[in-house]
Design a protein around this ligand. Structure first.
Ligand code: GUN
Length: 283
């Protein structure tokens, strides 16, 4: 068997095309969705992510504002900026790029964003709403993963989803979203015993570990759907995922590539959340 590749790049292009029509319609009502992006410090990876998000906004008809703050910014200064943006009428979404410098509390920053503008879906109120199945901004990477699975004739209800990784922004919410779709969900993490055996029972395997070549064919049940959330740089400086692509491609039924898989979908879901926020807030 050779896996079909689910291209996040192609799916994103389709979805962003639809979003352009939505922003056009909003514009005719005098509404331009607005996203504020805050970047603290000069981490090159974060700078590159933020540029990607801004470019995507521009292409989709979303107004974006970038606040580049120096590494020396205090927590109080950052919180002050967030409060201003909470009150700004033309801003529908506020995104603070993570990670933050160690002298700033990420929890305090996430808590400071009003849940109605938390288009990252990181605020405890949105996480709580998601857990109990209420309307919420969904975290972008997990929401993008579910969209990729749903874009093919892959059933989720009743299937066994194994998530490797339990971060607050990917692993944990990804499992929760699959549970909301009536899957049976198992989490694996760094302390899990017999991880390979558990992973090899998955109908859908989500790998969000952050280690190059972590998952090989021995983790895969023949015919499984494999979602690679990894973003790593290999020794040659190229972007790679957590999955041994060539090897797993021979066993899985569907597989997502890196680059061009989950990454573009994360940005697409951010755009979607921002447009939805504008529709809700300014109705
Ligand atoms: N850092 C890595 N991924 C993300 C993300 O989705 N949102 C934000 N704000 N920071 C991140």
């Amino acid at each position: 068997m050779t896996a079909e590749i689910i291209s996040g790049k192609e799916l994103s292009a389709q979805k962003r095309e639809e979003m352009k029509y939505r922003t056009q319609e909003l514009k005719e009502q005098g509404i331009i969705p607005g996203l504020a992006v805050i970047l603290v410090g000069e981490d090159p990876a974060s700078q590159s992510y933020v540029r990607g998000k801004q470019r995507a906004c521009e292409e989709t008809g979303i107004h974006s504002e970038l606040y580049e703050l120096p590494e020396s910014t205090t927590e109080e200064e950052l919180l002050g900026r967030i409060r201003e943006l909470n009150d700004a009428q033309h801003i529908d979404g506020i995104l603070v790029q993570l990670p933050l410098p160690s002298h700033i509390s990420e929890d305090a920053v996430i808590d400071a964003i009003v849940p109605e503008k938390d288009v990252d879906g990181f605020h405890p109120v949105n996480i709580g709403r998601m857990m109990i199945g209420r309307e919420a901004f969904l975290p972008c990477t997990p929401a993008g993963i579910v969209e990729m699975v749903k874009s093919r004739e892959i059933s989720i209800e009743g299937r066994h989803v194994v998530v490797i990784g339990r971060s607050n922004i990917v692993g944990k919410p990804a499992g929760q979203l699959f549970l909301n779709e009536n899957a049976t969900v198992t989490y694996c993490h760094s302390r899990t015993e017999n991880m390979k055996e558990i992973a090899a029972q998955a109908d859908i395997l989500v790998v969000a570990v952050g280690k190059e070549e972590f998952v090989g064919r021995e983790y895969i049940k023949p015919g499984a759907v494999v979602i690679d959330v990894g973003v790593n740089r290999n020794s040659e400086g190229n972007l790679t995922g957590d999955v041994k692509f060539e090897e797993v491609k021979e066993v899985a039924s569907y597989l997502t590539p890196v680059p061009g898989g989950v990454g573009p979908m994360t940005i697409t879901m951010l755009l979607n959340n921002t447009i939805e926020s504008a529709q809700k807030r300014r109705r």
